[in-house]
Design a protein around this ligand. Structure first.
Ligand code: N2P
Length: 360
């Protein structure tokens, strides 16, 4: 057997070549057409490690600790803003991103509030947080006039008491559930005042006995299978549940409504961690994602709007033409955004959330 002798320079070269061939992406679950992942590998020759999460808080813990090992991650705008301030990301190199030209000014104008000049991130997708219902079951329990488009469906104890029979899931996302509870009682959903936030706690505590689970991804299948009848969740996820039920031909009819009182509009931003092992490949991945056809394929598959103007001619009519995905002017008027909680308030929120979830 021939013994392989290598100089340390050769070893270093091989090690960097291996790193150059791999990109590690950490994205939300149920957020891409997996055919695109294969297409990326075939087109670029780069190995793609693709992991998923369903919580900004989980991602944030990794970003603030550092050393996540990821090259691309996807925080929502408010979380991105806090993580940029903490030095968690590196600036994008626009010279490596020719497809930036495809991006949509209307979305860029909104994401600068989290990432000035969009220097650290590109928009992947955006959407609203709202109400998914199993129309048949909810009508059966609450009647034809069930307030399926109102926050009273999920925050009014008398409604929730009845719905508990068929199962209700809430997002495990305090930064979205607290604003919704505040909106319901007519308070500023973006309040950072602990006294106001305490009022959200009262709303949530009032319906807590009727909530089967706090979880941020299980509700897609649970709705589609008829295991639950209501979920407060993300627009595209609920529309995916609608499709899965239709495909299964199981008689389950799922609908999504942005709450009439107002809905949270969020933006999920792709960014490169400051300590990414392979920033070069991260840029290759971002540029691939910003290709108009690729982005259209992704949105057509997951029912979320994207920040890519050039993709719009390739969007299916049931995506670009659905105001639940691409809101019309009237719907847009009714959407609100939030800003990050300062550290002190965040601790209040975290404590409150633990208490609500434990039901004590
Ligand atoms: C995808 C959920 C992404 C929306 N399943 C939450 N930002």
């Amino acid at each position: 057997m021939k013994k392989l002798m290598m100089s340390s320079a050769a070893v270093a070269l091989i090690a960097s070549a291996a790193a150059a061939d791999e990109v590690r992406v950490y994205n939300w679950s149920d957020y891409i057409d997996e055919a695109l992942l294969e297409k990326f590998e075939t087109e670029t020759g780069i190995d793609l490690v693709y992991d998923v999460f369903d919580s900004n808080e989980v991602l944030e813990t990794k970003m603030l600790a550092g050393g996540s090992g990821y090259d691309v991650v996807v925080p929502s705008g408010t979380f991105l803003q806090r993580q940029i301030a903490a030095g968690a990301f590196q600036k994008l190199d626009a010279s490596k991103l020719p497809n930036l030209a495809n991006m949509w000014d209307t979305v860029k104008e909104r994401t600068v509030q989290y990432d000035p000049d969009n220097a650290y991130s590109i928009n992947y997708m955006w959407g609203t947080t709202g109400i998914g219902v199993n129309t048949g079951k909810v009508t059966e329990l609450l009647g034809e006039d069930a307030p399926v488009g109102s926050l009273s469906l999920i925050f009014e104890p008398s409604n929730m008491e009845k719905l508990a029979e068929c199962g209700v899931h809430f997002l495990d996302a305090p930064s979205e559930m607290i604003p919704a509870a505040l909106k319901y009682i007519g308070e500023d959903p973006d309040s950072h005042d602990p006294d106001v936030i305490a009022k959200a706690e009262a709303v949530l505590a009032g319906v807590r006995p009727h909530i089967q689970k706090f979880h941020s991804s299980e509700y897609i299948n649970a709705l589609a299978n008829g295991d639950i009848c209501v979920a407060f969740g993300w627009s595209g996820d609920i529309l995916q549940a609608r499709d899965r039920a239709a495909e299964a031909e199981n008689g389950v009819d799922i609908a999504y409504n942005a709450p009439s009182e107002g809905a949270l509009m969020w933006f999920d931003q792709m960014a490169i961690p400051a300590d990414a092992p392979n920033p070069e490949a991260a840029h290759t991945f971002l540029n691939f994602i910003m290709d108009a056809q690729n982005m259209a394929d992704a949105s057509n598959y997951v029912y979320y709007a994207n920040g890519n103007l050039a993709s719009q001619p390739m969007l299916e009519e049931d995506v670009i033409g659905d105001p639940a995905i691409y809101p019309d002017e009237a719907t847009l008027e009714n959407l609100y955004t939030t800003t990050p909680y300062p550290a002190k308030v965040q601790r209040v929120v975290t404590r409150l959330w633990t208490k609500i979830k434990s039901g004590t």
